[in-house]
Structures are given as structure tokens and as C-alpha cells.
Write a protein that binds this ligand. Structure first.
Ligand SMILES: *Cc1c(COP(=O)(O)O)cnc(C)c1O
Length: 236
């Protein structure tokens, strides 16, 4: 199977999930997760129409995406080490893995020279044992306040990883937790105007990055606006 063929099947499934949930396909971005894959796979995915990519390591991403960077949106989805914050702040369009306060301070410090503010998502820990992230609303509120006080960062929403299980009730529970957190954040920190513009004052909580190869249809049903798909898209 080529990436284009895999993509066609995935698109078909996304469309069906949208139909059954009464949602529009355009509300959802499909990210190709290329961690551990060679650059030829990035090229093939680009040819197939993927324009948003996710990588979990800074160094690997910088080597792989040097020649693609200007043509795609590149997001960091793996936990960021402090000593990589400077490179990450320069290289990525968005850091989805804001999982602790220290990293907000570091990214703010190193984003001053950017043309536009660095977009970030707050990562919430909702079940996957191996994953990081803020464990509760208090943690998210504190992080949200820090990001909103940061001149060089722009918050766009939330990210989570559901537990890796066939138990769909557990997966749904995990997704509902960040949808609920999104509502609470919108109440506490009402979004300003158009969160997509590049002015420094505006921000929004609209991006819900959730759903992977194992659970993306459930994620669509629960309100995901960004699916992060690796293995299903790149399987041979
Ligand atoms: C690897 C990874 C993905 C993609 O997972 P697949 O199951 O291969 O689709 C998505 N999100 C994060 C944070 C990841 O690390």
C-alpha cells in the first residue's frame, strides 16, 4: 500500500465519522506523524497532499524538515527538553507538548526573535500512562495564565493522548476530559477575536488535538479538530 492509498482509506473513514457525528470534514486537520521515518516518507506524504506534520524529537525534525519547512506546518508532539527549547522555538510552527510550566518560560525566552508568535497547545494528561501533561484544571489554569502573559507565545488549544486500549469507553472518557477542560478554559479565559490572526492579543482554545491511528474515529465523534496519524498512514 502506498501512502496515497492509505490516505484515501483514512479520509474515507474520517468522512464517515464526520457524517455520523454531524460534523464537517473541513473542521479537522489531518497531521502526518513522521517520527522515526526517513525523509522519503515525508516527501511521499507531501505528494499525497499532507501539509501538516508532527515530530516528537527536535533534532530529528530539524534534520528531516530542513527543505520542507517553508512549505508545511510542523508541530512538535513529543515532550520538550529544556536544553532543546531554543532550537524548538525557532524551528516549529507549533509546540503541542506544553506539559509543564518550566517549558513555557523557556519557550517565551527563546521566541523573541520570531516573525510571528509561537503557537502552543497545552497538553493534558488524560489516561495514557506513559504520557506527560497537566493532570487537572488547576494545572491547566496556571499554565494558561502563564502563556497568556507571554508576549511571544499564542495559545491555540489543547492536546491529549488517550490510553492505548481497545476499551472505547476509556478512550471516550479521555477525550471528554479535554473537551470539558476546553469549556472551562473558555469560561475562565474567554478567547479573543480571531485566534488564527497573527496579532499578539488574540488567542483561542479552539484546537483540540486528539485522535491517533487507533482511535481517530472516536476522536472525530468527540470533537477533535486535529488528528495525529502515524502508523496507519505510513504502513507498507
Ligand atoms: C506517535 C504519536 C502519534 C501517532 O501515533 P500512531 O498510533 O502511529 O498514529 C500521535 N501523537 C503522538 C503524541 C505520538 O507520539
Amino acid at each position: 500500500m502506498s501512502i496515497a492509498e492509505n490516505l484515501a482509506q483514512i479520509e474515507d473513514r474520517i468522512q464517515r465519522a464526520c457524517n455520523s457525528a454531524g460534523r464537517k470534514r473541513e473542521e479537522i486537520t489531518l497531521m502526518g506523524v513522521t517520527k522515526f521515518l526517513p525523509v522519503v516518507k515525508v516527501e511521499e506524504a507531501y505528494q499525497a497532499g499532507i501539509r501538516c506534520f508532527g515530530e516528537s524529537r527536535v533534532k530529528e525534525a530539524m534534520e528531516k524538515f530542513e527543505s520542507f519547512k517553508s512549505r508545511v506546518q510542523l508541530h512538535l508532539i513529543g515532550s520538550l527538553q529544556r536544553n532543546k527549547a531554543k532550537s524548538a522555538a525557532c524551528f516549529f510552527n507549533c509546540i503541542q507538548s506544553i506539559d509543564r510550566e518550566e517549558i513555557i518560560t523557556e519557550l517565551e525566552k527563546h521566541s523573541a526573535g520570531r516573525e510571528h508568535p509561537l503557537e502552543v497547545l497545552l497538553e493534558m494528561h488524560t489516561g495514557e500512562e506513559s504520557k506527560n501533561g497537566f493532570a487537572d484544571l488547576d494545572g491547566l489554569f496556571r499554565a494558561a495564565q502563564m502563556v497568556l502573559d507571554s508576549a511571544n507565545l499564542k495559545v491555540r488549544g489543547l492536546m491529549t493522548m488517550a490510553p492505548f486500549t481497545q476499551d472505547t469507553a476509556l478512550i471516550r472518557k479521555s477525550f471528554r476530559q479535554i473537551v470539558n477542560a476546553q469549556k472551562e478554559l473558555e469560561r475562565r479565559f474567554p478567547p479573543k477575536e480571531n485566534g488564527k490572526c497573527h496579532s499578539c492579543e488574540c488567542f483561542s482554545w479552539e484546537c483540540l488535538s486528539m485522535g491517533m491511528s487507533n482511535d481517530f474515529e472516536i476522536a472525530v465523534e468527540e470533537g477533535s479538530t486535529m488528528l495525529r496519524i502515524g502508523s496507519l498512514l505510513f504502513k507498507e
